[in-house]
Design a protein around this ligand. Structure first.
Ligand SMILES: CC(C)(COP(=O)(O)OP(=O)(O)OC[C@H]1O[C@@H](n2cnc3c(N)ncnc32)[C@H](O)[C@@H]1OP(=O)(O)O)[C@@H](O)C(=O)NCCC(=O)NCCS
Length: 166
């Protein structure tokens, strides 16, 4: 089924009760990019451009995944791999779909793909104030190994550097 953005009135943007299990996680393709860039702009103060996702689609070391529910794009993740090192470079879920387990299942798929590629150490940076993301990573075994001072803009903030041994 082709992934597409549906108008808010037609989408499942009404509050749902409890977790959802029905999302499909698959590789990102060119036609996802505009929708992904929209989610990116909603999620981050300094968002990546659509062109960045497009460029990464052609790179052999990059894994780009999307989560969709009934054909609606609800989340995405980007993993970079160089030999046995990986970096979770990006992950986000549509605010209307957060806190229902999609981010966790996307992350698990990223870990699976990283293992398949022979990654043994996976790294990421996360804003110090991003309690939800930090908890998500902590529960999957990531541990903090350092801090990058003033790493982020809009607003300026330190990054926690996390590592997971796969
Ligand atoms: C981080 C993000 C991807 C999580 O997506 P999500 O679909 O909401 O995630 P889930 O519902 O799977 O899980 C949320 C986790 O947060 C935790 N959590 C829930 N409420 C929380 C709270 N009030 N405080 C701290 N952690 C909380 C839960 O423990 C849950 O972990 P679990 O799956 O182990 O139970 C999503 O919040 C997002 O897109 N944020 C904006 C972009 C972003 O910050 N990306 C990460 C950049 S490093």
């Amino acid at each position: 089924m082709e992934a597409r953005r549906v108008p808010p009135s037609m989408s499942a943007r009404r509050p749902l009760q409890g977790p959802i299990q029905g999302e499909r996680i698959r590789s990102m393709v060119e036609r996802d990019v505009e929708g992904v860039a929209e989610l990116e702009a909603a999620a981050f103060g300094s968002p990546w451009e659509a062109a960045t996702f497009r460029r990464l689609l052609g790179r052999s070391g990059a894994e780009l995944l999307v989560a969709e529910v009934g054909g609606e794009l609800v989340g995405y993740a980007v993993l970079w791999c160089i030999l046995d090192q990986g970096e979770l470079a990006n992950i986000a879920v549509d605010p209307a779909w957060q806190r229902r387990g999609v981010g966790g299942r996307l992350l698990e798929r990223v870990l699976e793909r990283a293992r398949e590629r022979g990654v043994t150490d996976l790294f990421l940076e996360v804003r110090e104030s991003n309690a939800v993301a930090r908890e998500l990573y902590r529960r999957r075994g990531f541990r903090q190994i350092g801090v990058r001072r003033n790493y982020y803009d809009s607003p300026r903030e330190d990054a926690c550097v996390l590592r997971l041994e796969l």
